[in-house]
Design a protein around this ligand. Structure first.
Ligand code: SF4
Length: 334
């Protein structure tokens, strides 16, 4: 995999073609769309060095408590109108307080009742009791990114550990939620560490892996980092697809800035999911532009999070759902 991460430019197109074939074989050509709402912004006590929502950095980010239910519902309706099937409620906290968790669960119930969207949550570190309550409320997927390779994480954050993040990922799975777990590419990790990161994520068997491309935020310790090139980003996306063949690989924050006009190439390099609309603290392009891009690529929008995906059986073989069955593919391990 390190050799793949190091491929010279004239072989990049071969790598992209390979990643695309793997994506088609394991996942089909559908693309899952999700939008998110930053339901509680800023004043987070943690010190993640990339994050403009940390109270430790002077970033000028908007600070507000959990939004009114009406505002959350408006965002969910807009998500549905845009053609997305998943709505993720995100809050900037170390972990949810009892009061916050009750508000989130109220919002989850309201979004389900009003829109029928699948709801995901990203609420920081969880206890098993928190996770059980979210699962009981019908939260399908829990987002908790590892953010960075294990070897790099201590330089990114000192207020909690990489192991704390892994523990919450496992708690979410144990509660019966699907795990959404990815990170940010371009925070100074070496190519070797980037390869390690893909395998560290794969070890958690996430249903979804968001790939953020660092868009350095002014006022954070990473504000002056040089963003990675589009070419390097494409190489990383392809690498993650090869290591995580059946995951929803979601292009998230930074894709507009880093990939620019090559966003379609990201979907040909193995990505099969997008965040549409805005990100947590930065704006994205319009959902219409993304849907036009998918039309141009001949990639249909997935009906829902479970549609068109391989399932893994007890023998470790990925199988297509019956309606699309063409073949089954044995899992190869690294
Ligand atoms: S990444 Fe999350 S936990 Fe870290 S500072 Fe930002 S909001 Fe807080």
């Amino acid at each position: 995999m390190l050799a793949i991460a190091n491929l010279p430019l004239d072989e990049l197109i071969d790598l992209i073609a390979l990643a695309h074939r793997v994506r088609l074989a394991y996942c089909g050509n559908e693309v899952e769309l999700e939008s998110l709402i930053n339901a509680k912004s800023g004043a987070c006590p943690e010190d993640c060095a990339f994050c403009s929502q940390s109270v430790k950095f002077d970033t000028g980010v908007e600070v507000y408590a959990f939004l009114d239910l009406d505002e959350v519902l408006d965002a969910a309706r807009a998500t549905k109108d845009a053609g997305a099937t998943q709505f993720c409620i995100v809050v900037a906290v170390r972990g949810p307080s009892e009061r916050l968790l009750a508000k989130v669960i109220e919002a989850v119930n309201a979004v389900h009742a009003e829109t029928g969207l699948e709801v995901a949550c990203s609420l920081g570190l969880l206890t098993p009791e928190h996770a059980a309550r979210l699962a009981a409320a019908g939260v399908r997927r829990y987002n908790h990114n590892l953010e960075a390779p294990r070897a790099v994480f201590p330089q990114i954050c000192t207020t909690h550990s990489w192991e704390d993040r892994v523990a919450t990922a496992q708690i979410a799975i144990d509660a019966g939620m699907e795990l959404c777990c990815g990170g940010i590419i371009g925070m100074g990790e070496t190519l070797e560490q980037r390869v390690d990161f893909a395998f560290e994520l794969a070890a958690l068997n996430p249903a979804e892996v968001p790939i953020n491309l660092l868009d350095p935020r002014p006022g954070t310790p990473m504000g002056d980092l040089e963003p990675i090139s589009a070419r390097e980003a494409l190489q990383a996306i392809a690498l993650f697809r090869l290591v995580l063949p059946s995951a929803w690989l979601r292009l998230a924050g930074g894709r507009e800035r880093i990939l620019g006009e090559l966003q379609g190439m990201g979907l040909l390099a193995g990505a099969n999911a997008l965040i549409v609309g805005n990100y947590l603290t930065t704006g994205g392009r319009s959902a219409d532009e993304d849907i036009a891009l998918l039309d141009a690529l001949g990639m249909p929008v997935a009906d829902g999070p479970g549609e068109g995906r391989f399932v893994i059986d007890a023998t470790g073989t990925y199988k297509l759902p019956a309606k699309q069955a063409r073949s089954s593919i044995p899992v190869t391990t690294a």
